[in-house]
Design a protein around this ligand. Structure first.
Ligand code: GDP
Length: 295
């Protein structure tokens, strides 16, 4: 993940080798290379340009300290700005309410069901909660089967109604079940489509209205680059979600989605997911991710 971006940034900083101080002239190539590296990582041009303008302004404004070389200074500035671009600080995750209600939305194949299992496992094992997972996909019986298998694997209860074609009613009935069985968090896995679709959006928006979740998480496949950002925008316009889950970071993702989503929809990435094992859910820390990108 991010390997190409990391290598490209590292090589951009080499332009400054041997320079005693930063000047407009000697950072010109570095800045240009950083911008190209971002664009090749699938960050859109406008974001990349704004980013490098900021880096340049900061670099020229810095007093050069004897202890730190221009190259090191640029690494630090870029790292700070990357963290800032991804939201700055860790976002809060709101699980208030009894039961707390978490709604999961996203396209089909983005990793919603897998994430639902991982989140339930995380809340159970790391936060001492007793979750109920809810299969509210009324179109694909296989989605219910998949969540049933995951729920069994992690030892949490599942709520599903195979014959009911009303996703809102299923969600409401699940809340009743949670109360009856003393579950304090419910995670509702909704139906996705292959592309943004009005019926799907209306259905998720109706579930939102009916159950008033404390968190709506939008799940997106990080491998889909700028499409991920466009999809995030479409979902956010309709659902006003609280946070993003970036999946498949174990794949060969170039990084564009991670770097652009916060800027585009002004919502933080809250979790990332790498792999299909139930214990690989990670809380997202922008500063750690920035550090990882810069190796
Ligand atoms: P949904 O249609 O949104 O519910 O997506 P699924 O959870 O069914 O995931 C779609 C496919 O992606 C499945 O084959 C999952 O095993 C796989 N998948 C989900 N999350 C990850 C991940 O973080 N990494 C990898 N490599 N595969 C994932």
């Amino acid at each position: 993940m991010f390997q190409n971006l990391s290598e490209r940034l590292e090589s951009a900083f080499k332009n400054l080798k041997g320079e005693a101080r930063i000047s407009e002239l000697n950072i010109a190539n570095t800045v240009k290379d950083i911008r190209r590296a971002l664009i090749d990582a699938d960050v859109n041009y406008k974001i990349a340009k704004e980013f490098t303008d900021k880096v340049k302004e900061k670099a020229l404004g810095e007093k050069v300290l004897n202890a730190i070389s221009p190259g090191q200074l640029m690494v630090k500035i870029v790292q700070d700005e990357l963290a800032e671009l991804m939201g700055g600080k860790e976002a809060e995750f709101n699980i208030t309410g009894n039961p707390a209600i978490i709604l999961i939305a996203g396209l089909q194949g983005s990793g919603k069901t897998t994430f639902t299992g991982k989140l339930a496992n995380y809340l159970k094992t790391k936060k001492g909660k007793s979750p109920l997972v809810v299969a509210a996909d009324i179109y694909r019986p296989a989605a219910i089967d998949q969540l049933t298998v995951l729920a069994e694997q992690i030892g949490v209860d599942i709520y599903a109604e195979r014959e009911n074609k009303d996703a809102v009613a299923i969600a409401q009935n699940a809340i009743k079940r949670a109360k009856e069985t003393n579950k304090n968090v419910i995670i509702i896995d909704t139906a996705g489509r292959l592309a943004v679709d009005e019926v799907m959006m209306t259905e998720v928006a109706n579930i939102k209205k009916a159950v008033n979740p404390s968190e709506i998480l939008f799940v997106v496949d990080s491998m889909t680059g700028q499409d991920a950002v466009n999809t995030a925008k479409a979902f956010n316009d309709r659902l006003d979600f609280n946070g993003v889950v970036l999946t498949k970071l174990d794949g060969d993702t170039r990084g564009g989605a991670a770097l652009s989503i916060q800027y585009t929809v002004n919502k933080p990435i809250k979790f990332t997911s790498s792999g299909e094992k139930m214990d690989t859910l990670d809380v997202f820390y922008p500063d750690r991710m920035a550090q990882r990108i810069l190796g």
